[in-house]
Ligand binder design. Structure first.
Ligand SMILES: Nc1ncnc2c1ncn2[C@@H]1O[C@H](COP(=O)(O)OP(=O)(O)OP(=O)(O)O)[C@@H](O)[C@H]1O
Ligand SMILES: [Mg+2]
Length: 259
């Protein structure tokens, strides 16, 4: 039997304890630009956590570091008690297999149909064909696009494409889902349906979700806590209601009061 991560049935791999993520003293520069400066942050397990900030504040950089796509120049990243920013090679790959990511532009494979896109990470994980078929059917149902299983991507709406991307991101039963502006290309109604889906999946699968967005209604709609990034620093962090009802910093006020 194949026991690689992502190869068990859906119910077997749900994290018993939702993943808590801790960042300590994270800094990252690109040439002259200090994209992140001494960022400390705790993302509670099993909730939807929002990160906001104006363009260039460092949100995507932070998400790339949390998701181990990039290494910080200084600082540490912990998943639970395990330090993960130092992982390399196979250990890093295996850790990355246990996370899902979705983006504004979906990042789907145009050469494959809907089922083929969802199957892709399972093929890479070495899952058997029959198991892949069963898992893909399960995922199609989870994101409610069973009727599109054989569709080409060009036949889908933006919302449907994002559903495919979510199904693919969840294929290997991740502990954490990272969303970088996942709803920014969608109209308000489709945004709401994708958010409802993310919230439903978070509750059902008990995963940790970290999402960055410039849409304040996204944060209000689904997040429990929010952190405000400004010029590479976390300037505010707290419960969504507290930050939105009584923002303390100029950066937070600018974001919150625009709505
Ligand atoms: N690979 C890179 N090379 C050089 N500079 C970069 C790179 N990635 C990010 N930066 C710079 O770091 C800063 C933070 O960028 P980042 O993409 O994290 O911002 P952001 O908050 O996600 O912005 P947006 O809302 O526009 O997506 C910016 O000044 C950006 O130009
Ligand atoms: Mg960005």
């Amino acid at each position: 039997m194949n026991t690689q991560p992502g190869c068990e049935a859906a119910s077997d791999l749900r994290p018993a304890v939702p993943l808590l993520i801790t960042l300590k003293g994270i800094s990252k520069s690109y040439a002259e630009v200090a994209a992140l400066q001494d960022v400390d942050l705790t993302i509670p397990g099993g909730t939807i956590f929002g990160i906001i900030g104006k363009s260039g504040a460092g949100k995507s950089t932070l998400l790339r570091i949390i998701s181990l796509l990039e290494s910080p120049d200084a600082g540490e990243v912990y998943y639970g008690d395990e330090r993960v920013d130092t992982l390399r090679g196979r250990e890093l790959l295996e850790r990355r297999r246990r996370m899902g990511m979705i983006f504004q532009n979906f990042n789907l494979l145009g050469s494959r149909n809907v089922s083929g896109n969802i199957a892709y990470p399972l093929e890479i994980a070495g899952m058997h064909k029959k198991q892949i078929y069963e898992r893909v059917e399960e995922l199609l149902e989870l994101v409610d696009i069973q009727d599109k299983r054989k569709a080409r991507l060009r036949e889908l709406s933006g919302g449907q494409k994002q559903r495919v991307a979510i199904a693919r991101a969840l294929a290997a039963n991740p502990e954490v889902l990272f969303c970088d502006e996942a709803t920014s290309a969608l109209d308000p109604q489709t945004t709401r349906s994708i958010l409802a889906l993310i919230r439903e999946l978070q509750e059902k699968l008990k995963i940790t979700v970290a999402l960055i967005t410039h849409q304040m209604e996204v944060i209000r709609g689904v997040c429990r806590e929010v952190a405000v990034l400004d010029d590479g620093r976390i300037v505010e962090h707290g419960a969504v209601d507290a930050v939105f009802d009584d923002p303390q910093t100029a950066a937070a006020k600018e974001l919150v009061y625009v709505e």
